[in-house]
Design a protein around this ligand. Structure first.
Ligand SMILES: Nc1ncnc2c1ncn2[C@@H]1O[C@H](COP(=O)(O)OP(=O)(O)OP(=O)(O)O)[C@@H](O)[C@H]1O
Ligand SMILES: [Mg+2]
Length: 611
């Protein structure tokens, strides 16, 4: 039998969508307070909100004859018509929060407008009018809402509440979200009569971040800023050295509203993709300001989900802006080098560009080799692309650096002197792990493997994306013993491996011969490298782009100069010059730092000089 539910029951069911637990009350009351242009807001909570929650603000207040209306469902001062939602900038607009809270608690609403001399108060219990005739009360301009005995009339919901500790954490999280969005408002949170958090309105932004998210985050974050037509993006992103195992420090605000949007989180994840280790997650606070006409905020009762008319530009601005910040190089990168002219010819599919093997000197400078790809991007191409007509010879790093400086300067002064060298001059190596250099600020310490890994990785990525990885025929092919599955993988995906610079032929049932390897990696341990590449391919087969990135990262890791190798000063200097122009070179592919600067001030304090 179908029966119409009575009024009280429908109210309680509807309230359940908005008021799920004490934190929902705190969220709604704080939103009302900021919508009322308050500058000081106090939140007093007893027993994690189950006993009572009181929010006091110094905002615009509610007129005496509107108090009852404020507690009535679908009564709001924020919109008059559905079309007003197109330009909504207030947090509230449904006109149901106070009614929903009143339906599941005992609520007192006291308010005084700035124009009125008197404060007025009304009361409701479980949605029932107890005293809706306004009574005079004491109070300053603004509004105080007191909510007590939460869920007294819906005991089942009360049973589902977590421990007080957990419920208070939820409340705290909601206070954080509003306080992060309204940095010009002062917030005081009191729990069981003790002040838990006090944020002043005129606090430095970093200090506020430190109080709200933590000192470690505040120390590790950097500001970002970008805009594109109707979209404005500002915020803070943590350096890849500061990561989290949970997505608990990821905040996105849309026109000051905290939102959860998988697409936007994904944009950030993509921007950090080759800078974080394993499953580590980035930490960030992003503020988007978007013309409200192109966003629908009326998607879910909690208003945390929104629908963008055109999500792509927003996704792109976030991804590009963060990528740009993380990729910043110390010096202008390769674009400063004189471009080499290419005249493509219309040829059909051709094999990868192969360079004849050269007998290399007994020990080549690994860092000079690593630039070959970068400086000679014009000579390589993917198998599916036509062969460029002009092939330039790769140039050693010092020669190209000199050229670029001359190219960019009108005078004929010595290029070495003109080119800044932020990482200074190499002075030695310690533990065969770290390279030491001196610059005007002090001492530079470089983890040579981590730095070289990033340089190789960035060069491989750029080559792969631009024209393909240049491959080099091995003077003596290397025999590799492999399981049947790996041999099958190599032969079935021969074209893919060719694009990565590897060519192999089958020798026997369980042996392959490696004939060509990426030129950049020709001095690497071949067997180990090829096997690692196959393993990455097998593990990441589902997504080709992921497989490529993983493989390139593995190639870089296996080929980067290992700890224990002794370097000459020119080799160390070549490494420093490479770091300076390589994107993301402050961190290795796994988010570890590649170099540190220890400035003279720090050294002085270590030795107590000048104290
Ligand atoms: N702290 C406050 N200061 C001034 N006015 C308030 C305050 N709280 C509520 N009001 C008034 O009461 C009305 C009802 O508040 P309520 O939170 O129920 O709805 P809303 O904020 O309009 O929409 P939503 O349900 O989306 O929150 C508001 O529109 C506002 O006019
Ligand atoms: Mg509201």
């Amino acid at each position: 039998m179908i029966k119409q539910l009575d009024h009280d029951t429908t109210l309680q069911i509807a309230a359940g969508e908005v008021i799920e637990r004490p934190r929902s009350i705190v969220k709604e009351l704080l939103e009302n307070a900021v919508d009322a242009e308050s500058t000081h807001i106090t939140i007093e909570v007893e027993r994690a909100g189950v006993a009572s929650i009181r929010v006091t603000d110094d905002g615009l207040g509610i007129k005496k004859n509107n108090l009852e209306l404020a507690l009535t469902r679908y009564a709001t001062s924020k919109i008059a018509h559905i079309s007003d939602l197109n330009h909504i900038l207030s947090m509230g607009f449904r006109g149901e929060a106070l009614a929903s809270i009143a339906a599941v608690s005992k609520l007192t609403l006291t308010s005084k407008t700035r124009q009125c001399d008197t404060s007025w108060t009304v009361q409701v219990e479980g949605g029932e009018a107890i005293n809706l005739t306004p009574k005079q009360a004491a109070g300053l301009p603004g509004t105080t809402v007191t909510v007590s005995d939460l869920f007294f009339n819906t005991p089942v919901r009360k049973k589902f509440l977590a421990s007080e500790r957990t419920e208070f954490q939820y409340i705290l999280e909601n206070v954080k979200r509003i306080a992060l969005a309204y940095s010009d408002v002062s917030f005081k949170l009191i729990h069981n009569d003790k002040t838990h958090t006090h944020l002043h309105a005129n606090m430095q932004e970093k200090e506020r971040l430190s109080q709200l998210i933590g000192k470690e985050f505040a120390d590790a974050c950097e500001p970002i800023q970008a805009h594109d037509n109707d979209i404005q993006l500002t915020g803070w992103i943590a350096k890849p050295t500061y990561t989290r195992s949970l997505a608990d420090q990821q905040y996105v605000f849309l026109n000051k509203r905290f939102i959860k949007d998988k697409g936007l989180y994904h944009a950030v994840k993509r921007a950090y993709h080759d800078m974080l280790h394993g499953n580590r997650l980035p930490a960030f606070v992003l503020y988007l300001e978007i013309n409200p006409e192109i966003v629908d905020v009326n998607v879910h009762p909690t208003k945390e989900q929104v629908r963008f008319q055109h999500p792509q530009p927003i996704y792109q601005i976030i991804k590009r802006c963060i990528e740009h910040k993380l990729s910043a190089t110390l010096l202008a990168p390769v674009s400063a080098y004189p471009p080499t002219k290419i005249e493509p010819t219309l040829t059909e599919t051709s094999p990868p560009r192969v360079v004849a093997p050269k007998v290399s000197p007994a020990r080549a400078n690994p860092f000079i080799n690593s630039t070959i790809q970068q400086e000679s991007v014009t000579v390589v191409h993917k198998p599916t692309q036509p062969i460029p007509k002009i092939i330039t010879e790769p140039k050693p790093v010092m020669q190209t650096i000199k050229q670029s400086v001359q190219h960019n300067q009108t005078t004929q002064m010595d290029a070495d002197i003109q080119r800044p060298e932020p990482l200074g001059n190499a002075i030695g190596q310690i533990g065969h792990i770290y390279v030491l250099a001196e610059n005007p600020n002090g001492l530079i310490v470089v983890d040579m493997h981590a730095a070289h890994e990033r340089i190789l990785y960035e060069n491989l990525k750029r080559s792969y994306n631009d024209q393909g990885i240049i491959s080099q025929a091995l003077l003596l092919p290397v025999a590799l013993s492999l399981g049947a599955d790996k041999i099958e993988c190599l032969t079935e995906n021969a074209l893919f491996f060719e694009q990565l610079g590897f060519q192999t032929t089958e020798l026997s049932e369980n042996q392959m011969s490696v004939t060509h390897v990426p030129m950049l990696l020709k001095d690497s341990p071949i067997n180990e490298l090829v096997e690692a590449v196959i393993n990455e391919f097998i593990e990441n087969q589902d997504s080709i782009s992921q497989a490529v990135n993983q493989i390139l990262s593995t190639m870089a890791c296996h080929s980067a100069i290992r700890a224990g190798r002794q370097l000459t000063l020119p080799e160390m200097n070549a490494l420093l010059r490479q770091i300076e122009i390589t994107s993301k070179s402050k961190f290795c592919n796994h988010g570890r730092p590649t170099w540190h600067e220890i400035n003279l001030k720090t050294l002085d304090s270590m030795f107590k000089r000048g104290q």
